[in-house]
Structure formats: structure tokens, C-alpha cells
Design a protein around this ligand. Structure first.
Ligand SMILES: [Zn+2]
Length: 104
């Protein structure tokens, strides 16, 4: 059994589990009852974890989760620097407020 994902958000872990299961990957969720034993158990024992039962399906499971999860930094637009005058620009602007150069 191999762990493929863990998160304090039990709904997210449950969602990934159902996606993997619907793709024919057998899974097991650990700690799905959350923090009920938090006073007794070490911190790491209470994070909901998604495990894949069959090692042969690990790569496919990881790929599916990556598709769903994605790199966090792609969710946020980035600030940029004007190629014309070098001033810092807010992510929302498409043109420089200072010299009107287009965003590169
Ligand atoms: Zn500029």
C-alpha cells in the first residue's frame, strides 16, 4: 500500500478517492475520522491520507491527482515588470500605468 495524497481537508481527500475509484484504482483512506483522537495521537496520524492498494497503479493515481490538484502557484496571476520602463505592475494590468507599454 502506498500513500499518494494527504490533506487536512477531508472533503478534498474524499473527492480524490472517488475520482481514483471511478478510474478503477483501488484505494484506502486513513484517518478519515479526522481529529477525534488528536489528543492521543501524534500529529501525523490524524491527517486524512489517501493510499493506493496496488503499487502497479501508483503512477496512474499520481497523474490523476496531479491533474486535479495542479501546482498551487498557477492559480494566482503574477505581478510583472514593465519591459519599457522597469516599474512594477499589478497582475491585473495589461499595460504599464507609467509608460503604456504592453505587457510582454
Ligand atoms: Zn512602463
Amino acid at each position: 500500500m502506498i500513500k499518494v495524497f494527504e490533506d487536512f481537508d477531508i472533503a478534498l481527500v474524499g473527492h480524490y478517492q472517488s475520482v481514483l475509484e471511478s478510474n478503477g484504482i483501488a484505494t484506502f483512506m486513513k484517518n478519515q475520522f479526522g481529529t477525534s483522537g488528536a489528543g492521543e495521537l501524534p500529529f501525523v496520524e490524524v491527517v486524512p491520507q489517501l493510499w493506493v492498494l496496488n503499487e502497479a497503479e501508483l503512477e496512474r493515481a499520481k497523474a490523476l491527482i496531479e491533474d486535479l490538484h495542479g501546482p498551487d502557484d498557477l492559480k494566482q496571476a503574477e505581478a510583472w515588470v514593465c519591459p519599457g520602463c522597469g516599474t512594477s505592475q499589478e497582475a491585473a494590468f495589461s499595460h504599464c500605468w507609467n509608460c503604456s507599454s504592453a505587457r510582454d
